[in-house]
Design a protein around this ligand. Structure first.
Ligand code: HEM
Ligand SMILES: [Ca+2]
Length: 757
């Protein structure tokens, strides 16, 4: 790696920048800004320099303006300065790549990126957001130089102000909405008053003030000013590698959870023009020295005595910050990450979240989606990815690698299996509608089939999956209990956007439900075969390895237990994630913890309060929710109870009755699913809207089930438990698919329209 020319004379500058951070924020945990301010103040930011007594001036200057401290000139200067610093950071990133600091293909780190490039609009928004963050930082530094304003006061002041500047390449979101019967692909215009809500590219929403060290974007530190505990250490000490099989939930239930996640949320990491950002030396030999790191690097260092990685000499796990986006009004403020899929539960995993992909996925005939046929199977398979090598980890090019509405499709064979079931369901429904309505165009058939499939996804989630996992009592409390026919609770004031702490902490707790293996089971049910999960990341060929293998996987995940949702996690995800051909992989649990910090997710203690629990002042105050041994373990890891990360504290809580989650995660997840339903104008059982289903149609859709989805879209799976997210028991036995009493069929006759419809 030719990096010597990067070892410039930066130390004095870094020192000033760190000092600046310490003075401004009271913590040194803000290295992220150092690189951006490197040697640039004098030339680019006259507002922050220009005198020999630079530091002194900065922290003693008073505003000389009558119109209040934030003048137009000041904002202009901060924005200009922010832009130059952003440009410089980007150039520095490019220079690092030129010097060979970039990731190799086929490494665990590279598979973690899912896609090595950003769509143009995402990239543009991310750049604008960086400029805004820089400008905010500059403004904070400038204003906090007055002794009366603390950085926190400044940030709370900013929360209630809309300060923006025309020269930032960001325009407040605006779109013209017509009245249409169908959802848009990108989620815009769902809410007619606030058409940006829930769209692809929207900022995540928050229910707590972020805990960035500087209130803007810096990685958080402990209250004492020292670093928070190492995420890998927390993972190995608190999330033991000993998954316990669930006695209720099967693998399919876990798989549905991930499928729902991918429909609602996607945080993507920053990349350079040349692909993934490298933060470790080589393949993880050590953390790159700060002067060689891209400013988006937040690698996870691995302790010397790590129980697993020490055998492989791994001391660093690659990790990069998520892309951020401007808020809808382009105003200055703290960082907000971008959700790059639609927040609505709207089948975006199947249809895509942007028009270009959506169009590419369509066959443009009979309303169908593209599918591929194999000689041995009458049912369709997903189309092939454009660049198989980049999208999958294949042993040879003849292995399958799929294209779908979501880029994470190939992550595991069982995820790809669920995608395939929905592809088939869409085409099955489109064919039935076409037979019933021979005059319908391709567009009409596509949209109507899409509408039905989305209704099925929503119904299965709210009718079957949520009650099983989170308990009916709680669903009643969160007002998301299944309705008998129509529900009338669309509320245009509810933002359906995904809550940052839901996708960066609470819902990730279900990573503990991922079992070690994938089971396949032949049609005679005489034997079952297990396959280590880590041998199948980014390679779905298990679905096509033999003529029967797709159905074998389906039978297997119906039979196999999920792991219990508890702080015991499989080493398949906590040591071997995306292992590829290596002997080791990444640690998803450490990544969950680090991602929460990257997003400035408020502490566990803050969330306790938000969720109606008493704030803890000592570790012992957690005893109502957390067992003594876990309280002890937490107190050994964290200096102070206020430091506990939401992901960690929430995971330690005992589950509330009837649910797989503890109180705090239950509260966040409940709130999210409330918003996802009540904030969705097109939610399938909303009544009295131009797009509402007729009572006859809705009655049929309410018969949809995960069991029926399997029966209708596999070749030789003839038996399924009627409650198909639960393990087979004597109370939930396998029944024949043609037993329509046990597994009702959805009859589409109610979609037959009169000739002129
Ligand atoms: C084999 C199963 C699974 C694997 C391999 C897996 C892997 C991953 C990976 C690599 C990430 C990105 C981590 C980051 O960079 O921050 C992620 C994110 C996430 N996972 Fe999983 N996951 C699995 C199952 C699940 C399940 C069952 C759930 C919940 C029911 C879940 C919920 C989430 C959530 C909410 C996120 C954040 C999504 C986003 O906004 O980008 N995952 N997972
Ligand atoms: Ca979606």
């Amino acid at each position: 790696m030719g990096v010597s020319n990067l070892l410039s004379d930066k130390y004095s500058v870094v020192y000033i920048a760190v000092l600046l951070c310490v003075l401004v924020t009271g913590t040194s945990g803000c290295l992220d800004w150092d690189f951006l301010t490197e040697g640039l103040f004098p030339s680019l930011c006259p507002i922050l320099s220009g005198t020999t007594s630079f530091m002194k001036d900065l922290f003693t200057a008073e505003s000389k303006h009558d119109e209040g401290p934030i003048t137009k000139e000041l904002v202009t200067e901060c924005v200009k300065c922010g832009r130059e610093l952003t440009k410089s950071a980007s150039q520095r990133g490019k220079q690092l790549v030129k010097n060979g600091v970039c990731l190799d293909h086929c490494t665990p780190a590279m598979h973690h990126f899912f896609s090595a490039s950003l769509p143009a609009d995402v990239k543009k928004a991310s750049e604008a957001s960086q400029e805004i963050l820089m400008a905010t930082k500059m403004l904070q530094v400038k204003l906090c130089s007055s002794s009366t304003v603390t950085p926190n006061t400044f940030m709370s002041f900013l929360e209630n102000q809309v300060i923006r500047h025309d020269s930032i390449a960001c325009r407040p979101f605006s779109v013209r909405c017509g009245s249409t019967r169908y959802r848009s692909i990108d989620g815009t215009c769902n809410n007619l008053e606030r058409p940006a809500w829930g769209r692809r590219g929207a900022p995540f929403t928050r229910i707590a003030t972020p805990r960035y060290a500087d209130g803007i974007y810096s990685m958080p530190g402990a209250k004492s000013g020292r670093a928070l505990p190492n995420p890998r250490l927390l993972s190995t000490r608190l999330f033991t590698d000993a998954p316990v099989p669930s006695r209720v939930h099967n693998y399919l239930s876990m798989q549905w959870g991930q499928f729902v996640t991918h429909d609602m949320s996607l945080q993507i990491m920053e990349v350079t023009d040349d692909g993934g950002i490298q933060c470790c030396i080589g393949d993880g030999v050590d953390v790159l020295p700060p002067e060689w790191q891209n400013d988006k690097c937040i690698p996870i260092s691995v302790p010397e005595d790590d129980p697993f990685y020490r055998y492989f000499g791994v001391k660093c796990l690659n990790f990069v910050r998520s892309i951020t986006t401007p808020r809808d009004d382009c105003s200055l403020g703290h960082a907000e990450q971008m959700n790059t899929v639609t927040s609505f539960l709207d089948g975006s995993t199947i249809y895509g979240s942007d028009k270009k992909l959506a169009s590419k996925l369509r066959s443009k005939r009979g309303g169908r989606l593209k599918e591929e046929y194999k000689e041995y199977n009458k049912r369709g398979f997903l189309p092939t990815a454009d660049d198989k090598k980049a999208s999958c980890d294949l042993r040879n090019v003849s292995e399958p690698c799929y294209l779908a509405g979501d880029g994470r499709i190939n992550q595991t064979p069982t995820l790809a299996m669920l995608h395939t079931l929905f592809l088939r369901e869409h085409n099955r429904v489109a064919d039935i509608l076409s037979t019933l309505n021979p005059l319908w165009t391709d567009e009409k058939l596509y949209q109507e089939a899409r509408r039905i499939v989305i209704a099925e996804i929503q119904h299965i989630t709210y009718q079957e999956w949520l009650p099983l996992n989170f308990g009916e009592t709680y669903l009643r409390y969160y007002r998301i209990i299944p309705s008998t026919l129509y529900s009338n609770d669309y509320n245009e004031d509810v933002n359906p956007g995904v809550i940052n702490s839901f996708s960066s902490a609470a819902f990730r707790f279900l990573h503990s439900a991922v079992p070690d293996t994938i089971m396949t089971c032949p049609s005679n049910y005489y034997a079952a075969y297990t396959h280590r999960l880590s041998d199948h990341y980014q390679n779905p060929s298990l679905l096509e390895s033999s003529t029967e293998s797709f159905d074998d996987v389906v039978r297997g995940i119906l039979l196999q237990s999920a792991a219990e949702s508890d702080p015991y996690c499989s080493g398949q995800i906590s040591n071997l994630l995306f292992k590829s051909r290596n002997a080791w992989g990444l640690d998803l649990i450490a990544m969950d913890i680090q991602r929460g910090r990257d997003h400035g997710i408020a502490s566990y203690n803050d969330y306790r309060e938000i969720c109606g629990l008493r704030r803890a002042y000592t570790f012992q105050d957690l005893s109502g929710e957390i067992s003594q041994d876990r309280i002890y373990a937490l107190s050994q890891m964290y200096e102070c109870v206020d430091d506990v990360d939401l992901f960690v504290g929430g995971s330690m809580e005992r589950a509330v009755q009837g649910s797989i989650l503890g109180h705090t995660f239950q509260c966040i997840v409940g709130e999210q699913f409330y918003r996802t339903r009540v904030g969705d104008r097109f939610f399938y059982d909303n009544s009295e809207m131009i797009h509402s289903f007729s009572p006859e149609q809705l009655q049929q859709l309410k018969k949809a089930s995960i069991a029926r989805l399997i029966c209708d879209n596999t070749e030789h799976v003839h038996y399924v438990q009627s409650r198909a997210f639960e393990l087979e028991t004597q109370w939930n036995p396998k029944v024949r698919c043609d037993d329509t009493g046990a597994v009702p069929r959805v009859d589409f006759t109610a979609w037959k329209s009169s000739l002129f419809d």
